[in-house]
Design a protein around this ligand. Structure first.
Ligand code: SAH
Length: 248
């Protein structure tokens, strides 16, 4: 299958999947919609014959999958990360509906790597994982029975990316606004948050023994802003200057 550079910038990440059949089903859903970049974070049982069987004609997507140890590793080079959720969470987060999600992923994939995170069959994504995301997307299912099968959820969201690509072929999609700096990647943003937490602790502004929601709120704030690389290096320089003063 020939995959465009833009499609190669769209990564589907399956976190701690239990059933190998779902991995195969997700690979098939992706290939049907023209996607191929599959990352598996610590799959419970993989490789597995059932995954190959469910992938049917998408064995190439399965064979090309990258297996990693952590979500951080899976998204480190991505500048847009969207997390899926089968239900509402305690702290509200910027939300996209599936259509907006398809358009955003497709349009930003012209510029940088993007990732769509899918959770465990039984528990979804953890709060920690969801807090690494710029946006959350929920497929508006029946509130009384809201959780789709994992591969089915991949299908729905991959379809929306496909629809966005077809609309773009007809010139309907607004293009990304120009910016003078590239956006920060998830990996560099993670270093920034560690630096921020350490500095706040050294300042005794934040007690690591009693964290409350401070770090969550900081993550939500900076994810809303979508900082560029220059802004992050300025802030890290500022944090280092604060650290030098207080440890003197
Ligand atoms: N009981 C779990 C359900 C997980 S379903 C929970 O409440 O979180 C497994 C995965 O399928 C989810 O992590 C998500 O990636 C995807 N998924 C299922 N239903 C979804 C929905 N309505 N919208 C978005 N993603 C969904």
């Amino acid at each position: 299958m020939s995959i465009s550079e833009r499609q190669a910038n769209i990564r589907i990440v399956l976190v701690n999947t239990t059933h190998p059949g779902n991995i195969g089903g997700a690979a098939r859903a992706m290939k049907n919609m023209g996607l191929a970049e599959l990352y598996l974070v610590q799959p419970r049982e993989y490789p597995a014959p059932r995954a190959v069987w469910r992938a049917a004609g998408a064995r190439d997507v399965l064979a090309g999958a990258t297996i990693v140890e952590s979500v951080d590793e899976a998204i480190a080079d991505c500048a847009l990360v969207v997390g899926t959720s089968a239900r509402e969470r305690r702290i509200p987060w910027p939300l996209l509906n599936p259509r907006e999600c398809g358009e955003k992923i497709y349009s930003e994939a012209a510029e940088h790597k993007t990732a769509l995170l899918f959770g465990r069959e039984d528990r979804g994504l953890t709060n920690d994982e969801l807090q690494k995301c710029h946006y959350h997307v929920h497929i508006p299912s029946n509130p009384d029975y809201s959780s789709l099968n994992l591969a089915t959820a991949v299908q729905v969201l991959a379809y929306e990316v496909r629809m966005a690509s077809l609309a773009d072929d007809q010139g309907n999609l607004p293009s990304l606004s120009e910016w003078d700096q590239p956006p920060v990647t998830a990996g560099d943003l993670e270093f920034f948050h560690e630096h921020l937490a350490t500095t706040m602790a050294e300042l005794q502004f934040y007690d690591p023994e009693n964290p409350k929601q401070l770090l969550t709120r900081m993550r939500r704030l900076f994810n809303r802003v979508r900082m560029d690389q220059m802004e992050v290096s300025i802030l890290r320089g500022l944090l280092s200057a604060v650290q030098r003063k207080i440890t003197k």
